[in-house]
Design a binder for this molecule. Structure first.
Ligand code: XMP
Length: 326
């Protein structure tokens, strides 16, 4: 296996030319490592796994088997984008599993944040392992490990990198971007022709909307959260804030307040807007959102989303508030 230490001499990949050189070098290495064997990849649609998928498709084509598990906690349109880009445009060997019911059934009535995370992480492994067992002749597992994951070693996304597969599933790892920093992964992703929105996607936790649908997740509140979040993202794209803000999303708590809609009492959940800037996610500042944008977002969410009757803005920096509400 190649080294986990980035050589001092390694140039930071900042241009398409440098990215192309890296891609050529990795294609040769992947071919040498894999030969004519099959490689399995859990493709979440996040930046790292997407770039690894595109790189492997270029290197070994259909010898790569991508598995996309939709845990029902994706943002609006995300699984569809994975199917469009990888299944259709890149013609990858893609297995799509809609496991929404499995996850939501297990999460029913579970309110404790860490327990929710454990259920989501554990079930992700179960679903992925079941698919892996069905496949024959797979020798390798590709992962979107990047250099900060190695430096932090215990990395927050451990569960998403299918670290804990059962013992009967033993694979040799293929980790072509493990010495790259995030900005370099993005440059490589663009050079590979992935859509800009995919490569510059804001960070999204492995447990997905599960950490933003606070308390015990219900299908109706999760649906409201997904729709409200899609409106926020649309409006941030329109006003240009999407390019300026590091992470922005909606959280929906599990309590209702009284409101009026169509002259009738209308009890609904509040949608909480969180928009933060940060370099390393250890501390975060609040991005100012112009009032006209806030009014438009509030109008749209309260009128278009069933179940939401108020929109609130979280002005708390980190510390003391974490970025996610959990
Ligand atoms: P907090 O809430 O701790 O979050 O301030 C810091 C950053 O980490 C992201 N986050 C995760 N990312 N898997 C991930 O890949 C996870 O389980 C996870 N949980 C939190 C969070 O969105 C923020 O950017």
């Amino acid at each position: 296996m190649s080294s986990n230490v980035r050589p001092e001499s390694m140039v930071r990949i900042t241009t398409p030319e440098l990215a192309n050189a890296f891609i050529e070098e990795q294609i040769a290495e992947i071919k040498a490592q894999v030969g004519d064997k099959k490689v399995l990849l859990a493709l979440s649609g996040g930046v790292d796994s997407s770039v690894v998928a595109a790189l492997l498709i270029k290197a070994i084509g259909k010898q790569l088997v991508c598995v996309h598990v939709n845990h029902g906690l994706m943002r609006k349109g995300e699984s569809e984008q994975v199917i469009d880009v990888f299944g259709k445009e890149l013609d990858a060997n893609l297995i799509y599993i809609d496991a929404t019911d499995r996850f939501l059934d297990l999460l029913k009535d579970v309110a404790e944040p860490e327990t929710k995370r454990k259920i989501i992480g554990g079930e992700f492994i179960n679903v992925f392992a079941e698919e892996a067992r069905k496949l024959e002749g797979v020798t390798f597992l590709a992962q979107g490990t990047i250099y900060p994951d190695i430096l932090e070693s215990k990395g927050v996304k451990a569960h998403h990198n299918v670290g804990g597969l059962p013992e009967d599933l033993e694979f040799e790892l293929v980790e072509p971007v493990k010495l790259l920093f995030k900005d370099e992964v993005r440059v490589v992703g663009e050079a590979l022709g992935l859509p800009h929105a995919m490569v510059y996607r804001q960070p999204f936790p492995g447990p997905g909307l599960g950490v933003r649908c606070l308390g015990a997740i219900t299908r109706d509140r999760l649906h409201a959260l997904r729709e409200a979040d899609a409106i926020l993202r649309e409006e941030f794209d329109i006003c240009g804030l999407a390019e300026k803000v590091w992470q922005y999303f909606i959280a929906v708590p599990d309590f209702k307040s009284v409101g009026v809609r169509n002259d009738e009492r209308y009890e609904g959940w509040p949608a909480i807007i969180r928009a933060v800037n940060t370099k390393d996610a250890m501390t975060a500042t609040i991005e100012e959102i112009p009032y006209n944008v806030l009014h438009k977002i509030t109008d749209r969410i309260t009128n278009e989303v069933e179940g939401i009757n108020r929109v609130l803005l979280d002005l708390t920096p980190k510390p003391i508030g974490t970025i996610e509400w959990e």
